[in-house]
Design a protein around this ligand. Structure first.
Ligand code: ZN
Length: 741
């Protein structure tokens, strides 16, 4: 299933951009202070450490060097990401580092020396931390600008600590939109210049239009040139420069994707104008990055990795996007490596045109223990899937496990860290050669110390904290492998040919009558279910997880209990927390429901809300949401009461009844029934919208910012050391200072 965690990130961006208030503001409005205050940096941001030490320690010296060079390659692109966000971001980045250097990271000394209050210094560090976590002054999730809480006057005083900081401060105020500027509402969001928004993908081109961008795109598409690694500049003459990221400014024709062509004639409205191919965008960074790939090659694990690294070095050195495509082909072939990586201009969400990629790169390692558990789960599939509420007519003859790996991230450079990744994005590779679907374990499990857990009873808090990670692991494992992996689509594969007995069609367990619908030739799951397909399928997979998590043999695979049903032992604890976690996610999901459009913007969260509704309707007071003030109509908080003793008697049957419908409607292409079911159960009534949702928004914490380790290579011995940092504001800045990119 390609409905993935990466799509998760994508959808979050979609929802946040239609939830954000700018669309309701007149573009030219001058904002009053209350509007301005919504753009202030998080106070404080949620800072967590990306825990990696034990996984890094398990690598060999050679693997550590490989991981080190690739981490350097990824992080060396930090300034590229900054430049892709806004013109002022690279300057603000330098200001952050310069202020850190001024008193060697001693912020108390900095406050004293400059006579700036500790509170103002803390405001600066909060901003710096959020800035570094987003690689720029626009949020990686949501694309809206944020500004420091420290006043411009106080920051100016702070920057007066030395000449370098002082001049960087002036520059930060006057470059691009400026660090503090908020007066133009449209510029507070990334988007087309034509609509007044900010973009750095079309530099120095204030008059460039969407139409011009499209014409240039069409001309390049005709030449079969992919453009993820480019920016586009409109010149005063009306000609255009295609800026191609490369470590050299003049690659030989033999190494260029378009050979000796140095400019192209534009067409349509731009007929008579030229498009020049200009190499060397981000030249310094690209040259250094290409070099790290060459160094990493010495420590590659096999020939496939060597070839993959050669192509990476080629694309970043010469600007050949074909080199990147080839790197991805080798990447697909490099099955389940110990050290996994992918680096480049990958995701195109932030280019308003959606065609140019943002720099990102990760290096991660396989979690061996979890991989073993997942492997056993796949092995158990033939005995587990028959326990689901349908017979074999609605199941594949042979279980095929989807591609899924759980990784622990060492390095993630870019504007934010997703919970999972499903790449490459090139459909021509996905369909013919495949893709990889990975979940990022230490990103999912990262949490701030003593982070409050809203909506959970005090009595459950301890158990919840203790088992939420294993419970989530069980849920993710079943969801990804058995959930998305199970089920059959009943199809008429060609006119008159069926993949089921069409003369004697299977009986629907819902109606107890022979099925009457199936996929007609040419129809697919997504063509029939359309816009609800993604969330509906996530829901089906989540329900499989909730049904099979009740199986004590599965809990034993993950190391809990002895395989015998016993709700009171540790396996029962994990099961209880799984249900509690799902109910909690269902409540928290309301954040992703937009009251204006009355629509859900996030596939997984919509699914979880529906499962909570199933719990609430399971009978026997199995699951209830209570308010501490005892007033259900006007609650002052939401507290989940879940009866552990009724999970097997009430919870599981209710989930299975729901799952059965989801599954059979999917299997039989019964869109009408599926849509009705899903629309009804994911509808948000007045109480949820007006009473519950505001409480959910009140309890939400700022997005997490991850403090990542650095790796340091001892050139003499070839040993690589891992350097970790405190999960604090200072620790975040220090990690970037020492990274020195
Ligand atoms: Zn899924």
């Amino acid at each position: 299933m390609t409905a993935t965690l990466r799509t998760f990130a994508q959808r979050l961006i979609q929802i946040s951009s239609h939830l954000t208030p700018w669309r309701t503001l007149p573009i030219t409005a001058t904002m009053d202070s209350s509007v301005r205050s919504q753009y202030l940096a998080d106070n404080p941001p949620t800072v967590v450490r990306l825990e990696i030490a034990p996984h890094f320690a398990s690598l060999s010296a050679k693997q550590k060097r490989y991981a080190h060079h690739l981490s350097r390659a990824a992080f060396l692109g930090t300034r590229v990401t900054l430049a892709q966000v806004s013109p002022e971001s690279p300057v603000i980045y330098d200001l952050i580092l310069s202020l850190h250097a001024a008193t060697s990271g001693d912020y108390k000394a900095l406050a004293k020396k400059t006579q700036v209050s500790d509170e103002d210094v803390a405001f600066w560090l909060e901003y710096a931390t959020q800035f570094l976590g987003n690689a720029g002054n626009y949020k990686g999730f949501g694309d809206s600008k944020f500004i420091p809480r420290i006043s411009p006057a106080a920051l100016k005083k702070l920057a007066a600590v030395d000449q370098n900081s002082s001049s960087l401060f002036e520059k930060a105020e006057n470059t691009g939109g400026g660090i503090y500027e908020t007066k133009d509402a449209a510029l507070m969001h990334l988007g087309y210049p034509e609509a007044g928004h900010l973009t750095a993908y079309y530099p120095d081109s204030p008059t460039i239009t969407k139409e011009e961008i499209s014409i240039v795109g069409d001309v390049l598409e005709e030449k079969k040139l992919l453009i993820e690694n480019t920016r586009l500049r409109k010149l005063p003459s009306g000609d255009f420069d295609l800026l191609i990221a490369s470590g050299v400014t003049n690659p030989p024709a033999s190494e260029r994707d378009l050979g000796d062509i140095s400019s192209l004639d534009l067409t349509g409205k731009l007929a008579g104008k030229k498009l020049n191919l200009v190499f060397g965008d981000y030249q310094d960074e690209m040259a250094k990055i290409a070099l790290e790939f060459k160094k990493a090659r010495k420590d590659a694990a096999n020939e496939i990795e060597e070839k993959m690294l050669d192509e990476y070095a080629r694309t970043f050195s010469t600007g050949s996007i074909q080199g990147f495509v080839e790197s991805q082909r080798w990447w697909i072939k490099n099955k389940k490596p110990t050290v996994e990586t992918d680096i480049g201009f990958v995701e195109t969400y932030r280019d308003p045109q959606g065609v140019r990629g943002e720099w990102e790169g990760f290096v991660a390692m396989v979690n061996q223990e979890r991989t073993r558990a997942f492997g056993k789960l796949v092995d158990a599939a033939p005995s587990m899937i028959p326990k689901l509420p349908w017979d074999k007519a609605f199941e594949k003859d042979k279980f095929l496990s989807p591609d899924f790996t759980s990784l622990e991230v060492l390095t993630f450079a870019g504007s934010g860290i997703p919970a999972g990744i499903n790449i490459p994005n090139y459909d021509f590779i996905r369909q013919n050669e495949g893709f990889k679907n990975v979940s990022l374990g230490n990103v999912l499990s990262a949490k701030a110390p003593n982070e409050p857990i809203p909506f959970v009873r005090k009595e459950d808090d301890h158990l919840y904290r203790k088992y939420r990670d294993p419970a989530f692991e069980v849920q993710v494992g079943i969801h990804e492998l058995l959930g998305h992996g199970c089920g059959k689509l009943l199809q008429e594969t060609a006119p008159g040919e069926f993949n089921f007995d069409s003369k004697n069609p299977p009986t629907s367990p819902i109606t107890n009558k022979p099925i009457e619908s199936w996929y007609k030739p040419g129809q697919t799951w997504s063509s029939v279910f359309g816009s609800i397909a993604s969330s509906y399928e996530e829901c089906r997979a989540e329900c499989v997880a909730m049904a099979l998590a009740c199986d004590f043999e599965i809990l034993q695979i993950f190391g809990f209990g002895d395989g015998k049903e016993d709700i009171s032992n540790e396996a029962g604890d994990v099961l209880y927390v799984s249900y509690l976690q799902m109910a909690r996610a269902g409540v928290a999901a309301l954040e992703y429901w937009d009251p204006k459009s009355r629509k859900w913007g996030q596939a997984h969260m919509q699914a979880r809300y529906s499962i909570l509704r199933v719990f609430l309707d399971a009978g026997g007071d199995f699951c209830q949401i209570k308010s501490p003030n005892g007033d259900a109509k006007e609650p002052d908080d939401l507290v989940i009461h879940l009866d552990r003793s009724k999970i097997l008697s009430h919870g599981r049957p209710a989930v299975e009844a729901y799952l059965q419908k989801l599954h059979i409607y999917k299997a039989t292409a019964d869109f009408a029934a599926g849509k009705k079911l899903y629309d009804d159960i994911t509808s948000v009534d007045e109480w949820w919208a007006e009473k519950a949702r505001p409480l959910v928004l009140k309890r939400k914490t700022p997005r997490k910012v991850f403090v990542q380790a650095n790796t340091v290579l001892d050139e003499a011995t070839g040993d690589v050391k891992l350097v970790e940092y405190e999960p604090t504001l200072e620790g975040m800045v220090q990690s970037y200072f020492e990274r020195n990119v």
